[in-house]
Write a protein that binds this ligand. Structure first.
Ligand SMILES: Nc1ncnc2c1ncn2[C@@H]1O[C@H](COP(=O)(O)OP(=O)(O)OP(=O)(O)O)[C@@H](O)[C@H]1O
Ligand SMILES: [Mg+2]
Length: 235
């Protein structure tokens, strides 16, 4: 049985001076390994905050986040060891080459094959020719590819990507999305993408809209629309 992350009755709010900013209350969501999810919604709705909660990198104000692996409930420490996170601003280490940035998560785990595995992943994202370049010597799209290779190199069960195509032109955005979805499928990783791009969101198997403090599953509505447009073409 595949692993999954379960969010139950999640609420998140922040205390700012005297006032409380509430992002959402009583939110429920399950994320399964091997499936892809997109979360869309207006700026400030809390998408990035929700991604931090699903990935176990932050804790909610109320509610439970559980990680179920091999039918056993694990602590969030297990979840954190099983995720790759692709940040909007890449967060690559500026003094390391592309190769060493990708090898870093493996080296930190003591993997003696770190460099060889990093080479394989740089090749998968089409960056073999740039392995000795530092982030400042790479374009935005190339840095995003390094960030994807770094997130996937230790083959985690779940990948989280916050606006992975946010700063890219259409051609580069399509290439990055192709790489991200193909690599996650190959690894059987669960993929959660936060995006403002309808084109990117449509590639996911499940789409959610986060707005006004609630999360709406749009997958059913989209399946219905697709079926309707297919029927229109058939007429
Ligand atoms: N640590 C924090 N302390 C206080 N307020 C916060 C904190 N983190 C986020 N917020 C607030 O929560 C709201 C949601 O932020 P978040 O970054 O999750 O939105 P978003 O949906 O990802 O927006 P965008 O599409 O612009 O990236 C914002 O109003 C933000 O100011
Ligand atoms: Mg955000």
């Amino acid at each position: 049985m595949s692993s999954y992350i379960e969010l139950k009755n999640i609420s998140q709010s922040f205390q700012l001076n005297e006032s409380t900013v509430t992002l959402f209350n009583d939110l429920n969501l399950s994320i399964f390994q091997g499936e892809s999810y997109a979360i869309t919604g207006p700026s400030g709705a809390g998408k990035s905050s929700l991604l931090m909660l699903i990935s176990g990198l932050e804790k909610p104000t109320a509610g439970q986040v559980a990680y179920v692996k091999a039918e056993q409930r694990k602590t969030l420490d297990f979840l954190r060891a099983d995720i790759g996170f692709i940040f909007q601003q890449f967060h690559l280490l500026p003094e390391l080459t592309a190769l060493n940035n990708v090898a870093l998560p493996l080296k930190l785990r003591g993997d003696k094959q770190a460099i060889n595995k990093a080479l394989v992943w740089l090749d998968k994202v089409g960056l073999s020719q740039r392995k000795n370049h530092k982030p400042s010597e790479l374009s935005g799209g190339e840095q995003q590819r390094v960030a994807i290779a770094r997130a996937l190199v230790f083959e985690p069960n779940f990948i989280f990507a916050d606006e992975p195509t946010g700063n890219l032109d259409q051609k580069s955005a399509t290439e990055i999305a192709d790489i991200l979805f193909a690599c996650c499928q190959e690894n059987n990783s669960g993929l959660v993408v936060v995006t403002h791009s309808a084109v990117l969101a449509q590639r996911a198997q499940h789409t959610f809209l986060l707005a006004d403090g609630s999360l709406m599953d749009c997958s059913m509505a989209e399946a219905h629309n697709k079926q309707e447009s297919n029927e229109m073409f058939r007429v």
